[in-house]
Design a protein around this ligand. Sequence first.
Ligand code: FRU
Length: 611
Amino acid sequence: MILSKTVKTMLGIGTILLPAMAFAADDVEINHLGTNNTLVRVHGDGNYLILPVQEAYEDDARINVLVDGKIEETIYVRLARTKTDYTVPFDITPYKGKNLVLDIVTGQGRNSVRDAKDDVCWDEMVIVDEFDTTNTETKYRPAYHHTPLYGWMNDPNGMFYKDGVWHLYYQKNPYGSKWQNMTWGHSTSTDLITWEQQPDAIKPDGLGAIFSGSSVIDHNNTAGFGEDAIVALFTSAGTSQMQSLAHSNDNGQTFEVYPGNPIITLDTEARDPNMFWNEKTGEWNLVLAHALEKENLFFTSPDLIHWTLSGTFGKGLGAQEGVWECPDLFELVVPETGEKKWVLICNINPGGPFGGSAIQYFIGDFDGKTFTSDTKPDGTVPTKWLDYGKDNYALVSWSDAPDNRRTTVGWMSNWQYAADVPTMQFRSANTLPREMELFTSPDGEIYVASVPSPELLKLRDKVVDKASNKTISGNSLNYKLPADGIAEIELSFEATGNDVVSFTLANAQDEKVVMKYDAKNRTMSFDRRQSGIVDFSQKFPAVTVAPTFEDSGKITLRLFLDRSSIELFGNNGEFVMTNLVFPHEPYSKLSIESKNGDAKLSDLKVYSLSV
Ligand code: FRU
């Protein structure tokens, strides 16, 4: 039997006289009801009920949160059975003065019915005023990339820019570091580098979890929620997937879900609505991933609420191995001709060039109703990839970005191993912000370049090493890196003929990342097979390869290192590789060598960064 604080008071005995184990904690009353069902009554005055988590169990406990007897929400938590890996906070402040009861079913599968009272979680369920979010994973938590304070994150969602603030929402599990309880988390930034965590924006409701989507500023009040209201569209993921709407009248801080949700229903799985205002047609456009059909659906609307199907694109085209998810559609100028082209982003999973998740895109036209892709002279539609690393997925753009910028961010992971990477307090970071631009390759194809956002230049602190006009062949060039594993390296080199120039980042434990430019094949490769901890997934050790789209053999590289990530931008973003790494200690030097020929290093600067 567990005594509650109320019982203690009634008995008139002091806490110290009672055996400690008789109390789960002051103010938390725990009643085990037979085998796998437990009622937790919360009487306390604090702010959070602490929930202990053990990651190993896939069979999350189902917790019905009852407020004055009514189900307020249902959450799923891997409650600790034999040991606590970490804890997560459940906010009890909204329920002050009410009867708060957590009705918990611990094992839900038929094979997992067991005696829940032996689990360790009950002793550690306490009420606290503050939840400690101090970063305990200083080795791998990036310093200048966005990460959740704690818990799981996947896709970026609903990003918009307003009044100098970049709003970033994201797929978040508030109750653990694996995928679950999809909620729109929210962070804001004024410089795209430092992020401030905001309260969760949209929480699961009766229609299901809150999957990915987009937001717009309704400048003309077409929806009737008020001038400049923020309108968000997302997928309600319950038994089926439907599209729902929410709006905000306080610049995206809090959202009210639309009482008439869902606003779009189909008889097949479709998700991740991405909408924008079309100046030419004077109406809203929406692109929706028809996930299993591996195509995109297009809709139009006068008011963001009523949508009409206007076209489809993609069936049988491009990479078709995995589901199509998280589309985006925007117009850019081809700098060489001044012509405008539309870019359709189609994230796919699996089926990326190096396995698992990846971003393919199409270049073409959009007439306000449907997208048509440019074709090659032989009539085929080329498959293009935005990133030639393994760790950039679900990339989408900010709406209303200033100065006509098409600023984007991706989720810096891969569904193959995102839940297994060696971090626990938090899981996953976003990529660096990147500007989308078009370029024409020497063979006349139009591609998208991903250029590091200009704000990143402000990070540069000291030049810790540098070089100019060096012959690479026959020399072993070595440069030092900042001790904290946080750096930008900018370099330019020239290599022709059969030259293969290697760039190796290594630490004292001989853990390394080897990047090679192959002049003959005009490719850049990235080998992380010996980069550090790689054995948490068989899919992690990998060599990724990018075409460099370049005839001259002149290459410039910008490499961003941030503890557990490396982002390589070649020739102003014409080729990009984003790859995670988990070295036991930071890479301390960069070595440059060349196999054949007469490669030259024109310039090199290693910057420490001020973070
Ligand atoms: C892509 C995705 C989306 C979905 C979300 C769920 O990574 O599968 O299609 O909305 O994640 O978290």
